[in-house]
Design a protein around this ligand. Structure first.
Ligand code: NAG
Ligand code: NAG
Ligand code: NAG
Ligand code: NAG
Length: 964
């Protein structure tokens, strides 16, 4: 008994202790590394190495991002934005892969680039002449036997952008050594269409004119593949709608037997001609008559030189869809229908896969996957899509397949499907393996939703305090009794929570402390998506609003209020949505366009004010029942670069106009955030004196730009008085000028060119506002009890201290961390587009009072001031994204959490990133190094020790007494 206590203390010492603080990185943050929606003609499975049979999934998205994805888990292996950064208006892009040469070649804009298929490194690139754009890219087949192991050559078609340029067809060496030959065509006008195809001997160049001079024939020029010399020219009758990939006349250009295929809109037949015939004849293929209006036809064929020339026509009718499979006779140049796949009402997506000497066709519908051989109509495999049941009505919009034959009659099929909702998923034998939420790459606005619903306990307490004391007391006793029911299970769980401490349980505990935050995101694709911003960005719901949004309109603002999300559109319409499940509650049509939306305090709820393009504010129709409080000040800017001040109450009154001098336009206005609490009104200096902060809710920052000058106005928004200005010259045109304002300071950044050295530098400027330059002085207003902004002596200007820092790279947007009470120091959050990162710069470093050209004095050191250096290195420690590459982030949002120390951060634009930061360290939570088990064991051991030593002590006391 006596030894028990000692033993247990020893035992507790032997328990593993975790005194080292593991970093929170990769536990509390999350990142969706996105590509954008994959394009059907530039997505395929491909084996990146000659030595293995494992393939990767490659795609170019419609945001011109090339990427490789691991088909096993959907993780991104590498990506390259072909336009430098993800773009929303990407022009056409092309992707081809050589046969087992470990390279993958993209064409975009004017650049053909060859990438290492395994790691995404650039191997070589080639630029087509100025004035032309790549309009076709083809790997030249090597006739099935790539004996010399050289990379495959590439055929590039560049078409003119204007009438002074001409089309160029060139064969470039696969090893990057340049062009082998070029074929120029000066007769092609920019409005004509051109496409290419290649067989192992020949290259085909197909052109067709459009517009007034349009003929019903396409011109086909045949060139010798090795020399580029013209070998023949002919014209082939075609219909008006080309059916090839991406609207090209030529199809199967990667298969060794390319053909032309076209149809007329709504017609029930298709024109086909095989290009490898010296005199291509035109064959009319009559489609099966199902008594249906045909809306759309697409062609699917295998991209394999050795595969038989079979192709599939996918026919979409008004009510049903079916497919017809044709076999091509390469000798006669004819094509015959081999079999038909049944028409179904369910929408289908088809994929063709070549594998050795066979071609497989896969049909994927909402509910099942069916595999056919190209030879006959027998099903080789059929799988139900089991795990897809959750999202009915969403059919795949396109799909690519990989078929593996496992012995005689057993097949495995992997499908990479793009759904209309923007999900990109992998389905193996009908089973969903993973999903990538690519629709998040289109998000352009976001709003924090309130925490999920009111607290149940708070509601009960409210109820108890609102009824008479006796009823309240009875209610309370009942409540405690019901609480007791869950006590045993709670007690049972206690030892487990103490002993077990996994990263997950830590994360859950932390989440409970931080609270739940939901963000509602609006995308360019007219979708509304809700994510859990505190819990790994988990999907909550997605709503497609395209049926409610008229063409050309876009979402301008989302406001979340009492469980409803109000989505304001650019045409003035309003859609109200239930914020907890995404269901549309109501839709009001537009009352005139708006360019912005502001919210002002009002009763009983905040009032929404629409701002028109000329800067005029107008109360929103849906806030008719809301009365804005008197004395609200709103600053607006008009499209032509003027700023206006407005007093909004029962009426709207213009109070001032700020018109910058000629050639200068105000491009942005920045104010303090709605929630911007200030914990202390002064800054305590080292000698215990106080510098009082200039804290006005009515200051705003106006950013004005002329062609190369930048002027920053600090204004009083009530009177329009300019409190401070600063001007910077030689701004590089087109660069971002982000700005942020909080408490008594503002920061902005710009990129300028040094006129003497032509060097480009980015500066980050911080300015702090104080009531007076003298400590312990509140300026002329100090002794006054009331104050009017309009009184004679009101022109008191703040004392502004500012400092500029040169930073190593441009900043595209700035934000500031937010906490509930503002006690925690703030961090300035900046996105760095060049290094694809987000950095949180502590305010202590960005302090405008850092002593210049001298070391800080003892009292300044006590304040934490460091000597000023013009260069501000961005410390890798401060990168919130750590090793992650967050591409294309346009906006960062911060929101307070339930913990004062912690601010919740969410960033979007292309990638989506979220984290939680504690700028003053987590002073109100126990760190990860805290060992609960050890604490509990120590208490137990102490208790046992006391028990063990008590007889000893008692004996000693008794003996002592006797000994007296
Ligand atoms: C790849 O697959 C082919 C055909 O299925 C097989 O002959 C070859 O041995 C495989 N290679 C490897 C490295 O597994
Ligand atoms: C896309 O838009 C940007 C900016 O609006 C413009 O500079 C660029 O030329 C556009 N690109 C294309 C391919 O239209
Ligand atoms: C997209 O995928 C996610 C994750 O699997 C799923 O929760 C969501 O319901 C899907 N959305 C649609 C519209 O299918
Ligand atoms: C939103 O939907 C939930 C669940 O369907 C419902 O309980 C709630 O009342 C709805 N909220 C509003 C504002 O309609």
């Amino acid at each position: 008994m006596r030894w028990y206590g000692v033993l247990s203390i020893l035992a507790s010492l032997l328990l593993p202790t975790r005194a080292i603080f593991a970093d929170d990185a990769f536990h509390i943050d999350y990142h969706h590394a996105l590509l954008g929606s994959p394009q059907a003609h530039a997505t395929f499975f491909h084996k990146p190495q000659t030595s293995t049979n494992a393939s990767l999934l490659y795609t170019i998205s419609d945001k011109a991002v090339l990427g490789a994805v691991n088909p096993k888990d959907g993780s991104l292996l590498w990506r390259q934005p072909l336009a430098g950064r993800p773009v929303n208006n990407a022009s056409s892009s092309f992707l081809v892969a050589g046969e087992r040469d470990g390279q993958i070649i993209s064409g975009y804009g004017r650049t053909v680039a060859c990438w290492d298929a395994l790691n995404g490194r650039l191997v070589w690139d080639y630029t087509v002449p100025e004035g032309t754009t790549i309009h076709g890219l083809q790997a030249i087949p090597v006739g099935g036997s790539n004996t010399n192991d050289l990379p495959q050559d590439i055929l590039v078609l560049a078409t003119p952008d204007h009438s002074n340029a001409h089309a160029i067809l060139s064969r470039i060496a696969g090893d990057g050594s340049g062009t082998r030959w070029e074929h120029k065509d000066s007769s092609l006008s920019p409005s004509s269409s051109a496409s290419i195809a290649a067989s192992s001997q020949h290259v085909y160049y197909i052109t067709k004119s459009h517009g007034l001079l349009a003929s019903s024939k396409a011109k086909v020029v045949t060139l010798d593949g090795t020399t580029g010399h013209e070998a023949g020219q002919t014209s082939v009758a075609v219909d008006s709608d080309p059916l090839g990939d991406g609207g090209e006349y030529s199809t199967a250009s990667c298969s060794g037997f390319p053909f032309l295929i076209s149809a007329d809109k709504g017609s029930k037949s298709v024109k086909f001609s095989l290009l490898t015939n010296p005199n291509p004849k035109v064959v009319g293929l009559t489609l099966d008559d199902k008594g249906e209006d045909i809306e759309d036809i697409t062609v699917h064929h295998a991209c394999d030189v050795t595969a038989p020339t079979h192709f599939l026509l996918h026919i979409r009718g008004k009510t049903c869809q079916w497919a017809e499979i044709y076999h091509v006779d390469v000798k006669s140049g004819g094509a015959t229908r081999a079999y038909l796949l049944p028409a179904t009402e369910e929408k289908s997506a088809f994929a063709a896969t070549g594998s050795g000497s066979s071609v497989y066709f896969t049909r994927s519908t909402e509910s099942e996957v069916i595999l056919y051989s190209s030879e006959s109509h027998g099903q080789l495999g059929r799988w139900q899509k089991t795990s897809f049941r959750a999202t009915p009505g969403i059919s795949p919009s396109h799909t690519v397949a990989e078929v593996v034959s496992k012995g005689k009659a057993s097949f495995a099929v992997r499908l990479a499907e793009t759904s209309q909702s923007g999900n990109w998923s992998l389905v193996r034998n009908g089973e969903l393996l993973w999903t990538r939420p690519e629709m998040l790459a289109y998000v352009n606005i976001a709003a924090w939703a309130e925490d999920a619903g009111p607290d149940a306990l708070a509601e009960e307490l409210d109820l108890e305090s609102s009824v008479n004391p006796l009823t309240g007391y009875i209610h309370r006793v009942k409540r405690h009794l019901t609480d007791l029911v869950s006590l045993p299970s709670y007690l049972q769980g206690v030892p487990e929570t103490i002993v077990k401490s996994s990263p997950e349980s830590d994360a859950i505990a932390r989440r409970n402390l931080v609270g739940t935050k939901t963000v509602i995101l609006g995308s360019r694709r007219h979708e509304l998506i809700a994510l859990d911003a505190t819990n790994a960005g988990v999907f909550q719901w997605q709503t497609d609003l395209s049926s409610h949004i008229s063409p050309g309109a876009e979402m301008k603002s989302i406001v979340v209020d009492e469980g409803r999300a109000h989505v304001y559109l650019s045409d003035g319409a309003l859609i109200v949505i239930n914020a907890s499940n995404g269901k549309v509650i109501e839709h009001q049509s537009g009352h005139g366009p708006l360019s912005n939306l502001v919210r002002i305090p009002g009763g009983p709820a905040p009032a929404a004010i629409k701002v028109e393009a000329d800067g005029t504010p107008r109360p929103a129709e849906d806030s008719a029942a809301v009365h804005p409080l008197e004395g609200n000040t709103v600053v607006t800017i008009s499209d032509d670069g003027k700023a206006f001040g407005w007093a909004i109450g029962q009426s709207v009154e213009k109070t001032w106009v700020l018109e910058p001098r000629d050639g200068t336009k105000i491009i942005n206005a920045v104010a303090r955030a709605e929630h911007d609490p200030v914990a202390s009104i002064g800054k305590v200096l080292g000698d215990r004196s106080v510098l009082y902060k200039y804290l006005s809710p009515n200051v705003a920052l106006l950013i004005a730009e002329s062609h190369s000058d930048l002027t920053i106005y600090l204004i009083d928004a009530v009177t329009g008085a300019v409190l401070h200005t600063s001007t910077h010259q030689a701004i590089v045109p087109g660069t971002d000028i982000p700005a942020v304002m909080s408490e008594n300071w503002y920061a902005y950044s710009f990129t300028s060119r040094d006129p003497a050295t032509e060097g480009i530098a980015t500066q980050l400027v911080i300015a702090e506002l104080y009531e007076s330059s003298i400590p312990n002085d509140r300026g002329p207003l100090g002794s006054r009890t009331n104050f009017s902004e309009f009184s004679v002596d009101a022109g008191v200007r703040p004392h502004v201290i500012s400092q500029a820092f040169t930073i190593p790279e441009p900043i595209s947007s700035l934000a500031v961390s937010q906490t509930a009470q503002g006690i925690t120091t703030r961090q300035v959050l900046a996105t760095l587009p060049n290094s694809n990162a987000i950095v949180g710069i502590p305010r202590e470093i960005l302090d405008a009072r850092r002593p210049v050209d001298r070391d800080p004095t003892a009292s300044e050191r006590e304040e934490g001031l460091m000597r000023y250096f013009a260069n501000l290195e961005l410390d890798p420690k401060h990168f919130l994204t750590h090793a992650r590459e967050v591409v294309g982030v346009r906006k960062i949002m911060a929101s307070p959490s339930l913990l004062e120390s912690t601010s919740v951060i969410f960033a979007f634009g292309h990638d989506v990133f979220g984290t939680q930061i504690a700028p003053s360290l987590a002073f109100d939570v126990l760190g990860k190094g805290f060992n609960k088990g050890q604490l509990a064991l120590t208490v137990v051991a102490l208790f046992a020790g006391v028990l063990a030593l008590r007889p000893l002590a008692r004996k000693k006391t008794v003996e002592g007494r006797w000994g007296q």
